[in-house]
Design a protein around this ligand. Structure first.
Ligand SMILES: [Fe+2]
Length: 306
């Protein structure tokens, strides 16, 4: 069984380019349906590793599974390619863009041209083949999850991604998406993986957190978060996503176990809350604590009666 990954920001965080209504339909209905179909096709005994499911579907020629698994992977990747705050191109990826396209403006033009001229549904990607970059498109639920090139960015070309907000103006959507939403920190992390031994993003990493069941697990998660918050990771990196998952687990622990936080826990939550405030300044468009879409999560009951 695979899980539907949570959005790494609020449904409304990408407005005005992508409305909350589009995100609600897109993530909660379309993406959820692909995940549901994959689970129905692999059955209860599926091992939950989407990349392995895709590999087997390719080998067996199971088109329905291939397409739904591809869509599940592409959407999860797509959510990470967007950020609600401005990020900028830097580092080795910036040099690679200059080498391949001349400058960022030329890459923008190539990306929008490829996406807007692509016939029918599909995806437009920026990919790395070793150090070299290219813009490519794929049809329907085809995916680049298994290579050979490593995806750095993708934008969804299916009408459900933009029709409510941009009607039939796909090029307009792509232009606004490029200018306002691209998560360059995520693309940069992927590029560093393409040119080194670092692990690239994987579906599993964002969707299957290690459960925090025992007090020992809880202590371990608290320790990990404290270390991470001392040097907050870049948005969109594997470390950043891991931190979000661990914060959610800490926030949920007492509620799930139905136990009161100890006075010592409360002290540690106060300390963590100060660190979180600094962390949250990077994401100013989040809804306020206590609302369903608040992100990163608050520490819940542990802080509410301070
Ligand atoms: Fe989509």
């Amino acid at each position: 069984m695979i899980a539907l990954p949570k959005l790494p920001y609020a449904h409304s965080a990408l407005e005005p380019v992508i409305s909350a209504a589009t995100m609600t339909l897109h993530h909660d209905k379309h993406h959820a349906k692909y995940v549901e179909t994959v689970n129905a096709l692999v059955g209860e005994n599926g091992d939950g590793d989407l990349e392995s499911i895709l590999r087997e579907a390719n080998q067996n020629g199971s088109v329905k599974l291939q397409q739904n698994a591809g869509q599940a992977w592409n959407h999860a990747f797509f959510w990470n390619c967007m950020a609600p705050v401005q990020t900028s191109l830097a580092g080795p990826l910036s040099d690679a863009v200059s080498t391949a396209f001349g400058d960022l403006g030329e890459l923008r033009k190539a990306f929008i041209e490829a996406g807007s001229s692509h016939f029918g549904s599909g995806w437009v990607w920026l990919v790395a083949s070793g150090e070299a970059l290219a813009v490519v498109t794929t049809h329907d639920g085809d995916t680049l999850a298994l290579g050979p090139d490593l995806p750095l960015l993708v934008c969804d070309l299916w009408e459900h991604a933009y029709y409510l907000d941009h009607k039939n103006d796909r090029a307009g959507f792509l232009g606004s998406w490029w200018d306002r939403l691209v998560n360059w920190e995520f693309a940069e992390a992927q590029y560093r993986a393409a040119i080194s031994d670092r692990e690239p993003w994987s579906y599993d990493e964002g969707s299957r957190p290690t459960p925090v069941v025992t007090r020992e697990d809880f202590e371990q998660a608290l320790e990990e978060v404290t270390v991470h918050l001392a040097r907050p990771p870049q948005a969109g990196t594997p470390e950043d996503r891991r931190l979000t998952v661990r914060l959610e687990q800490i926030a949920d622990y007492h509620e799930v176990r139905k136990i009161e936080p100890t006075p010592a826990d409360r002290d540690r939550f106060i300390h963590l809350d100060e660190r979180l405030k600094a962390f949250e300044r990077r994401w100013p468009k989040r809804p306020p604590p206590g609302t369903p879409d608040h992100w990163p999560p608050s520490l819940g009951g542990g802080l509410s009666d301070r």
